[in-house]
Design a protein around this ligand. Structure first.
Ligand code: SF4
Length: 177
């Protein structure tokens, strides 16, 4: 048996299994967080897709950044992200995470989330509706299944680049591993 073929097949099985049980940590940073409760309750019922909330970073697979992010909160987001176990995934909600949105000229919010932590999927909108959020989760599941949600590998590989961007706005970041 070809070992490479065998390990690819195992990886596919692991990816498939993982998409059936995803725990998310929702970091309610901005107004986009308001659309999350209806996505979780009976009308949209995200748990039918195998997605539910996690209480702590150590148990979470997905980190949700639900809108604008102040530089002060960015430090906590970095601590949280670094505490999560691999493989881990990040979703950015709304235009604030993509380009600053309506806070594009604010002095105390970041303008582009993926300069500081890798983002596997953005959901456009201001704010994205529950239908868009569910669609985003399904797209993320597809990416996990095909192995293309690999932001956590990029973070390890390009750690110095991310660290430099983080420290440019925050000064020294004490790592709490
Ligand atoms: S994208 Fe819109 S809804 Fe989302 S945090 Fe920014 S201003 Fe609020």
């Amino acid at each position: 048996m070809n070992n490479k073929y065998e390990s690819n097949k195992w990886q596919e099985v692991i990816n498939w299994v993982q998409t059936r049980s995803l725990f998310m940590l929702h970091y309610c940073t901005g107004c986009g967080a308001i659309e999350l409760p209806p996505t979780m309750t009976s009308r949209y019922d995200m748990s039918r897709f195998g997605i539910g909330p996690a209480a702590t970073p150590r148990q979470a697979d997905i980190l949700l950044i639900t809108g604008y992010l102040s530089t002060k909160t960015l430090r906590r987001v970095i601590y949280t992200y670094e505490q999560m176990q691999n493989p881990k995934f990040v979703m950015g909600f709304g235009s604030c995470t993509i380009n600053g949105g309506m806070y594009w000229d604010s002095y105390n919010t970041i303008k582009q989330l993926d300069k500081y932590i890798p983002v596997d999927l953005y959901i456009a909108g201001c704010m994205p509706r529950p239908e868009a959020i569910l669609e985003g989760f399904l797209k993320l599941k597809e990416k996990i299944e095909t192995g293309s949600a690999d932001g956590y590998k990029k973070y390890n590989k390009e750690y110095e680049k991310y660290k430099k961007n983080q420290e440019k706005v925050l000064g020294e970041v004490k790592r709490r591993q």
